[in-house]
Design a protein around this ligand. Structure first.
Ligand SMILES: [Zn+2]
Length: 145
């Protein structure tokens, strides 16, 4: 992670233990977010990189169920940006200025599979990969491997 931060990548919050936020009490959800924030603040500090941007993405594409509005207010009050991964591939990174679908740029896309994700959004990864490949993205093995 230190290598990634030193090379201008942004590391976001995806919760501490990856629960479904629609299934846990609001207070537990906030604790999940804040435990992960503390780790991120610590590693940014150790790396010496300023943390300008705080993306958060719910596990499993959840929006927090009945607590959705409370979470939205929490994120807004604390300067987070909530992430929709598929929309984000068209955005420019506010820190580095990089855009995923731009010629001559290189990015690491971290996607991790769960049975629950597939149950909630069938073909999620297929949809994501097809979308970015239709927009000109190709894949290669990183040079340091
Ligand atoms: Zn996840």
């Amino acid at each position: 992670m230190i290598y990634a931060l030193k090379h201008g990548m942004v590391v976001g919050n995806h919760s501490y233990s990856h629960p479904d936020f629609a299934e846990i009490p609001y207070e537990e959800g906030i604790s999940e977010i804040e435990k992960c924030e503390a780790l991120l603040d610590d590693i940014y500090k150790k790396t010496g990189v300023e943390r300008k941007y705080r993306p958060f993405r719910f596990p499993y594409g959840s929006k927090g169920g009945k607590n959705e509005e409370n979470y939205e207010k929490y994120f807004k009050d604390r300067g987070f940006s909530m992430e929709d991964v598929i929309k984000r591939v068209h955005d420019r990174d506010p820190v580095s200025g990089a855009m995923l679908l731009e010629d001559g740029t290189n990015h690491i896309i971290l996607m991790h599979d769960h049975e629950e994700t597939f149950a909630m959004v069938p073909d999620y990864y297929k949809i994501m990969l097809e979308h970015i490949m239709e927009n000109g993205v190709s894949f290669s093995v990183p040079e340091f491997i």
